[in-house]
Design a protein around this ligand. Structure first.
Ligand code: PMP
Length: 439
């Protein structure tokens, strides 16, 4: 099976001519950071400042950010900057001292989750909390088998790399890992999505059991971002039931859909009507500060937590807790869940209207401010080249997006949650022009 490579799908390649300043920075990175790093776009962007949904480059040119979910409440949101700066100027230690910040934040965060998901542990990255979640699931179940989707991305530690085939290159799924097709709503009829996914997960469980690994966990990004953005709701419920029947855990990876992104719920799993055993989250949690969390049902956490002490030097420190609390303030006070629903709905409707009869756009889909646009060839096959040229045409017009999916053929539109109606107009004007120039 060939896998897409999420890192290379929209990356700069050295055969593209660039201006001297850009060229010297690229060379300095290559010299000192080595060859593993990737830059976006044929013409890399050299950013120096951000504000809301706007990013500014070294020449003062203004870009519309339709890509960055980390800055969920907008780049450099003053409330977050103020809260983090104030805490940084007051005290920043770690979780081996008492501090009110982690207690107050945990109370607020847990209140957004189902009652049964009642404990939370902190780290700095999504990779770390997924790594932790796998350990917790293995301790609870006594099994190690993990089921993932075909182009999953769950992190860059040794353990999470083994469940992240979309990294590409020399990455291989671990021997204890079984891969299922994602619920591809573009190619599979809606009424078959849940059944097919469940049948695949059930077969994977049986295979793990007969291979002696047993069933530890199904881990899913509940908006299937790297797989190509599949937003159909209620698809996961029967598969999760099958996992539970086999004694396994369901880990909802909310790094992408979490924190109101889908406009319908704070968490992506809620749209599927499932109760996760473990929930992981990160990216938007601190609007750019490194803070991530793993929440779990206390009974699931018990075997791990009773036996193994946990310490993470930076995870849950007072500064990141202050930032994370400020992010929740803004999501709540500025109604960003509703904004994601209404502005995301508007953007989807505009894009659908604009591309309905376009032979190279197969579908516009999404939930809230997570939108995928399926780029296809004349014959309807996934079109990696077409998607890449659209992304670069948008970049030339100073609108930032990227691609995802098995073939790198799905445009990934995932702006800060503060995206406005006038940002939608701006985006659509440039998208119409990019479409005209690309095909
Ligand atoms: N899970 C998902 C679904 C992700 O998209 C990512 C990051 N792209 C991760 C986990 C890993 O997060 P981090 O980069 O913070 O380690």
């Amino acid at each position: 099976m060939s896998f897409s490579n999420i890192m290379d799908s929209n990356s700069y390649s050295p055969d593209h001519p660039v201006d001297p300043v850009t060229g010297s920075m690229i060379a300095a990175r290559a010299r000192m950071l080595g060859p593993a790093y990737r830059l976006f776009y044929d013409q890399p962007v050299n950013l120096v400042r951000g504000e809301g949904t706007r990013l500014y480059d070294i020449d003062g040119a203004c870009f519309l950010d339709a890509y960055n979910n980390v800055a969920c409440v907008g780049h450099c949101h003053p409330h977050v900057v103020e809260a983090a700066s104030r805490q940084l100027a007051t005290l920043n230690t770690h979780t081996r001292y008492l501090h009110r910040g982690i207690i107050d934040y945990s109370e607020r965060l847990l209140a957004t989750l189902p009652d049964k998901v009642d404990q939370v542990m902190y780290a700095c990255t999504g990779s770390e909390v997924n790594d932790l979640a796998l350990r917790v699931a293995a301790m609870h179940t006594g099994a190690t088998g993990v089921v993932i989707t075909r182009d999953a991305y769950h992190g860059n530690t040794a353990t999470t790399t083994a469940i992240s085939p979309s990294i590409g290159g020399a990455t291989i799924a671990g021997p204890h890992v079984r891969i299922v097709a994602p619920p591809d709503s573009y190619r599979i009829p809606a009424d078959e999505l849940a059944n097919r996914f469940t049948a695949d997960v059930s077969a994977a469980i049986a295979d793990l059991q007969s291979a002696g690994f047993g069933m530890s966990a199904l881990i899913v990004d509940t908006i299937f971002s790297s797989d190509g953005i599949y937003p159909d709701p209620l698809v996961l419920a029967p598969a999760v039931a099958a996992v539970h029947r086999a004694g396994g855990m369901f880990i909802a990876d909310e790094v992408q859909p979490g924190f109101a992104r889908t406009g319908e719920a704070m968490w992506g799993f809620s749209r599927h009507g499932v109760l996760p055993d473990i929930v992981t989250m990160g990216k938007p949690m601190g609007n750019g500060l490194p803070i991530a969390a793993m929440a779990a049902q206390a009974g699931v956490l018990e075997a791990f937590a009773n036996d193994i002490p946990y310490f993470n030097t930076f995870g849950g420190n007072p500064v990141t807790m202050a930032a994370a609390a400020a992010v929740l303030d803004v999501i709540e006070d500025d109604g960003l869940l509703d904004n994601a629903a209404s502005v995301g709905g508007l953007l989807r409707a505009e894009l659908t209207g604009m591309t309905e009869d376009h032979p190279r756009i197969g579908e516009v889909r999404g939930a809230g401010l997570y939108i995928g646009v399926e780029v296809v060839t004349e014959s309807g096959a996934p079109d990696r080249t077409g998607a890449k040229s659209l992304v670069n045409a948008m970049r030339e017009r100073r609108v930032l997006i990227s691609v995802c999916g098995h073939d790198g053929s799905v445009l990934k539109i995932r702006p800060p949650l503060v995206f406005s109606r006038s940002d939608v107009d701006w985006f659509c004007t440039e998208f119409a022009a990019a479409l005209a120039s690309s095909f």
